[in-house]
Each structure stands twice: as structure tokens, then as C-alpha cells.
Write a protein that binds this ligand. Structure first.
Ligand code: SF4
Length: 271
């Protein structure tokens, strides 16, 4: 059941106020350190390298030293990655589009490998490029709070972007970049098998849903991406710039909550 309007408004206002005033407060959740991420990538890469050495066709040719751009990763290699660590290692060495030339770090994604919810944003920004992690900084903390509000600690979901490398100066991703990178997202979803995808922001929503419609028209309805239910809503960074969108975001996340609670599409409030 929807909470009363007044409660929803109060909660929405509280999310923003707490986020704006509580840098590093007690609700900061546990995150893997960058060193841990790099260590995991290196281990996964060694595993891929061993698989390549053992393969008869030698299709996977990944160096096993430092994580960095390597030979082209093919779509079959992506589609056959047996787990998320292996897939992350492929991303770390990916040069399928020119974005690998300017990135500092690929941003594969992070979270529970069996998450019920996968959050998908557009592409890494400056902080993500620096840290190699998705949704960090103020927008990331707001995302954490929004998810907590529907009972989902950050570490219980999986968070990633359509693109795994940062477009220079945060420009819009190009169609060829999306085409080159989409197999990674598809494989992530196939490995995680989420119950719901939340598309954060107009670009992620339009890309996943292959439409040019405005985000306002995509909200409030459950769509499908490769068979997975998709709920589209505003990006946390946009909420920081425009707090009036927190209320509709809250309503969208309530749809997700109802879906996780077992409501059918119609019961969940889907048009
Ligand atoms: S954006 Fe995707 S396809 Fe392009 S280099 Fe990065 S990981 Fe590879």
C-alpha cells in the first residue's frame, strides 16, 4: 500500500537533507576498497589467461600482468564469460571502442552477484573514472539512501552503467559506444538474473528501452529489456540539482518495492 502523501513528502525531504548535510555519516555503507577491486580483477584475469592457455582455439588472448587495455575482446568471449569476475577482467582490458584511450579506470560495476535488483546508470563520471566504482560521491550517497528507503542496502543490489568507460568531459555516449559496450551489460544481467532493473536517468532508460521518449513518459510503467522488467526513474545526480524530482523518484521506487514484494504488474501500480 502507498504511504500517505505527507509521509512520502517527509521521507523524500529527509533523504535529500540528510545527504546534503551528512558527508561520511553513519549511513555510509561498506564498500570494497579500490585495492580490493584491483586485486579481484587481477585474480580474475589470471583465471581467464589460464583458460585461454588451455583452450584449443586460443580465442582469449589476455595478458596476465597489469590490468589495462589489451587485445580486442570479442562478443563471444563476453557471452561465454562464466562469472562476473571473469567479465570484469574482460572489461578491464577492453578496447572495443575508443573510450578506453581516455579512461583512467574501467568501471565494471559492483554489488551482490545474486541481486534481486540491478541499478543501471548512463556512464562513469569523473569520480567513478578515478575510483573505478559506480555511483560514488554525493549522487552515490543519495542512491544509497533511496535504496535503503525501500529496504535495499547498497550491498544487496548490483550497480553498474550502460557504458563501462567514461566519455570525455561527460559528453553523451555515442551509438557505436553503446553498441560496443552493451554485450557486457547483457552478460551481467544474464549472470545475475535480477527480478527488476532500475534505469536511473534518461539516457539509461532510453538506451535500455530503445526509445527517444522523454523520461517523464517512461516513468510509472514497467518496461522490458531483454526480458527483464525495467522501471525508469531520475538519476540521483539530477535529484541533487532538482529536488522536486525526489517525490516522483520515490513513487517509482515504490513500484520496485511492490514488485519485490510479489505484486503482479497491475497490483504494483503499473499502467
Ligand atoms: S566503453 Fe565499453 S566497449 Fe568501450 S572500451 Fe569501455 S568497456 Fe570497452
Amino acid at each position: 500500500m502507498n504511504p500517505p502523501d505527507a509521509d512520502a513528502r517527509t521521507l523524500a525531504r529527509t533523504f535529500l537533507e540528510q545527504t546534503l548535510s551528512a558527508e561520511g555519516n553513519a549511513l555510509m555503507l561498506e564498500h570494497a576498497t579500490r585495492e580490493e577491486v584491483v586485486r579481484r580483477l587481477a585474480a580474475a584475469r589470471r583465471s581467464v589467461g589460464a583458460a585461454a592457455a588451455a583452450s584449443t582455439d586460443g580465442a582469449a588472448v589476455l595478458p596476465d600482468a597489469e590490468v589495462g587495455p589489451g587485445p580486442a575482446v570479442t562478443e563471444p568471449m563476453i557471452g561465454e564469460a562464466p562469472d562476473l569476475d571473469t567479465l570484469a577482467a574482460l572489461v578491464a582490458s577492453c578496447s572495443r571502442c575508443t573510450l578506453h584511450e581516455s579512461r583512467k579506470n574501467a568501471v565494471f560495476g559492483e554489488g551482490a552477484p545474486n541481486a534481486r535488483v540491478v541499478c543501471v546508470g548512463e556512464a562513469p563520471g569523473a569520480r567513478e573514472d578515478e575510483t573505478g566504482r559506480p555511483f560514488v560521491g554525493r549522487a552515490g550517497r543519495l542512491l544509497d539512501r533511496l535504496l535503503l528507503a525501500i529496504g535495499l542496502p547498497r550491498k544487496s543490489v548490483y550497480i553498474c552503467n550502460v557504458l563501462k568507460s567514461r566519455p570525455p568531459r561527460n559528453r553523451d555516449p555515442l551509438p557505436e559506444e553503446v553498441a560496443a559496450c552493451s554485450p557486457y551489460l547483457l552478460r551481467q544481467l544474464a549472470l545475475i538474473e535480477p527480478e527488476v532493473i532500475i534505469a536511473f536517468g534518461a539516457f539509461a532508460a532510453r538506451t535500455l528501452l530503445e526509445t527517444k521518449s522523454a523520461l517523464g513518459r517512461l516513468r510509472g510503467t514497467v518496461h522490458r529489456y531483454s526480458g527483464y522488467p525495467v522501471v525508469a526513474t531520475y538519476h540521483p545526480a539530477a535529484l541533487l540539482r532538482n529536488p522536486s524530482w525526489i517525490r516522483p523518484t520515490w513513487e517509482d521506487l515504490q513500484i520496485v518495492r511492490r514488485m519485490l514484494d510479489g505484486a503482479g504488474d497491475r497490483e504494483a501500480g503499473i499502467g
